[in-house]
Design a binder for this molecule. Structure first.
Ligand SMILES: *[C@@H]1O[C@H](CO)[C@@H](O)[C@H](O)[C@H]1NC(C)=O
Ligand SMILES: *[C@@H]1O[C@H](CO)[C@@H](O)[C@H](O)[C@H]1NC(C)=O
Ligand SMILES: *[C@@H]1O[C@H](CO)[C@@H](O)[C@H](O)[C@H]1NC(C)=O
Ligand SMILES: *[C@@H]1O[C@H](CO)[C@@H](O)[C@H](O)[C@H]1NC(C)=O
Length: 374
C-alpha cells in the first residue's frame, strides 16, 4: 500500500480530523505555466497556513510570480491545499484593481494574528509589486482576504517607486515581506529611492493598514554600490529576530547570504545589529542569492534556524540561535533549487515545506512543493 493510503487509513481509524503530518514528498507540482504564458519563469513562491479551526483541516494557500498572457493584466494565482501540500487546486486570483498595471512580481502572503484597524485576526494579506507592462513604475500594494483567500480586496498603496530596473541610480522598490510588530503591520522591502544607496532594505508600518509611517532603514551599507536585498525575518525563542538578506557586493561572493540579529524587528540597522555576518556551512557551502529564513522549535533547546538560497537544493541550519561565530550546517534536500524559495514550518514542526518556482531566468519552471523531514 502506498504510504499515503496507510496514512489516510490511520487518520480515519484514529479519528484525526486535522491533518498534521504527511508522508514526506518531493516536487509535487502546484502549477506549470502553460505555453501561452509570455515567459516560462516562475519565482518567489510563497505560502501561508490557515490553521485548523476544528471544522476544517489545516489549509495551505500558495502564490508566486509568473507571466500570464495579457489581457487580462498579469495577476497572482492563489492555489489551495487541504492535505498539507500533497495536492493543490486553483482557488482564486489576486488582481490589480487600482493601477491597471497588473500584479507582476514578488508576492508575499501573511495571516494576521490580531485585529488591526478593520481587519480581524485571520485576515490573509497579499503584498506584491504592481508594475506596468513597460516597467515604468514599481508599486508595492497590499490586498486582503477576509474569507480565507476566496476573495480579495485592495487595501492600500504602501511604497511607490520608479522603473523596474535593478541598476544603481534607478529608483524602484521590490520584494515586500510582512510581520506584526507591537500591534502594527510592518511591510519590509528593498528600496532604491534613497540617493545615498544603490539599494537598501527598509520598512514602513501602519496601525490601520491604510496609512503608512516613515521609511526606516533595516540594512543600509556605507558603500553606495552595495546592494542588500530581499528582507525575510524570523522570530527566535530568545527574544531576538534574524533578518536574512542577499548582499550584492559581498566580499565572499556577489549576493552571498548574510544575516543580522536584533532585539526588535524595527532596529536592524542599529550599531548593535550591523554589519551582519555571512552564512557559510562548516563543510564549505556558501549560500548565494534570494534567501528565505524560518525557525522551528524542533531540534533541541534552541530549535533550528533554516535558511534557503537559490544557489543550493539543500538548506542551511543553525541550532545556536545564530549566535556570532556559531556553526551552520548544510542539510541536503531533494527539492529543486529555485529563485526565492520559501521555507515554512508545518504544524508538526519537524516538517519543513519548501515551495519554489524555477531558477533565475530558467526555462522549465513549475512551481513545486517538497517536504524536508528533519
Ligand atoms: C484567474 O483569472 C484567469 C484569467 O482571467 C481565469 O481564467 C481563471 O479562471 C481565474 N482563476 C480563478 C481560480 O478564479
Ligand atoms: C508605460 O506605461 C504606463 C502605464 O500604462 C504609462 O503611464 C506610461 O506612459 C508608459 N510609458 C511609456 C514610456 O510608454
Ligand atoms: C543554544 O544557543 C546558545 C546561544 O548560542 C548556546 O550557547 C547553547 O550552547 C545552545 N544550546 C545547545 C544545546 O545547542
Ligand atoms: C526535483 O526537481 C529538481 C528540479 O527540477 C531536481 O533537481 C530534483 O532532482 C528533483 N527531485 C527528485 C527527487 O526528483
Amino acid at each position: 500500500m502506498p504510504s499515503t493510503v496507510v496514512f489516510s487509513l490511520l487518520a480515519f481509524i484514529l479519528g484525526v480530523s486535522a491533518i498534521n503530518w504527511v508522508p514526506p514528498f518531493t516536487n509535487v507540482t502546484i502549477f506549470s505555466p502553460p505555453s501561452t504564458y509570455t515567459a516560462p519563469q516562475t519565482s518567489y513562491a510563497r505560502t501561508v497556513v490557515i490553521p485548523s479551526d476544528g471544522k476544517d483541516t489545516n489549509v495551505l494557500l500558495a502564490t508566486w510570480q509568473n507571466h500570464s498572457p495579457e489581457p487580462p493584466k498579469v495577476y497572482f494565482h492563489i492555489y489551495r491545499s487541504t492535505d498539507l501540500g500533497q495536492s493543490w487546486e486553483p482557488f482564486s486570483n489576486v488582481t490589480d484593481t487600482e493601477n491597471n498595471w497588473g500584479l507582476r512580481a514578488q508576492p508575499f502572503l501573511y495571516r494576521m494574528t490580531e485585529r488591526i484597524g478593520k481587519f480581524p485576526a485571520g485576515t490573509i494579506l497579499c503584498a506584491g509589486n504592481s508594475i506596468p507592462a513597460n516597467g515604468s513604475h514599481t508599486q508595492i500594494d497590499l490586498y486582503a482576504s477576509m474569507d480565507k483567500g476566496r476573495s480579495w480586496e485592495f487595501v492600500s498603496h504602501v511604497a511607490s517607486g520608479g522603473a523596474a530596473i535593478p541598476n544603481n541610480g534607478e529608483t524602484p522598490v521590490w520584494e515586500p515581506s510582512i510581520m506584526t510588530v507591537d500591534h502594527r503591520i510592518v511591510v519590509f522591502y528593498s528600496d532604491q529611492r534613497d540617493p545615498a544607496y544603490g539599494q537598501k532594505l527598509a520598512h514602513q508600518s501602519s496601525s490601520d493598514l491604510i496609512t503608512w509611517g516613515p521609511v526606516v532603514n533595516d540594512v543600509a551599507k556605507p558603500t553606495y554600490s552595495d546592494r542588500p536585498g530581499m528582507t525575510i525575518i524570523a522570530a527566535l525563542p530568545n527574544g531576538q529576530y534574524i533578518l536574512t538578506y542577499e548582499y550584492g557586493g559581498a566580499p565572499e561572493a556577489d549576493f552571498a547570504v548574510y544575516y543580522r540579529l536584533s532585539k526588535s524587528p524595527l532596529t536592524f540597522n542599529s550599531p548593535a545589529s550591523a554589519p551582519g555576518a555571512v552564512i557559510r556551512a562548516t563543510t564549505g557551502e556558501l549560500p548565494i542569492a534570494s534567501p528565505y529564513v524560518t525557525w522551528t522549535p524542533h531540534g533541541g533547546v534552541n530549535g533550528t534556524i533554516i535558511v534557503s538560497a537559490s544557489s543550493h537544493q539543500g538548506v542551511f541550519t543553525n541550532t545556536k540561535l545564530a549566535a556570532p561565530g556559531s556553526t551552520w550546517t548544510y542539510v541536503e534536500s531533494k527539492a529543486g533549487a529555485s529563485y526565492s524559495r520559501e521555507v515554512r514550518v508545518l504544524p508538526r514542526n519537524d516538517q519543513i515545506l519548501l515551495t519554489g518556482g524555477g531558477p533565475y531566468g530558467g526555462t522549465m519552471n513549475s512551481v513545486t512543493a517538497s517536504i524536508l523531514q528533519l
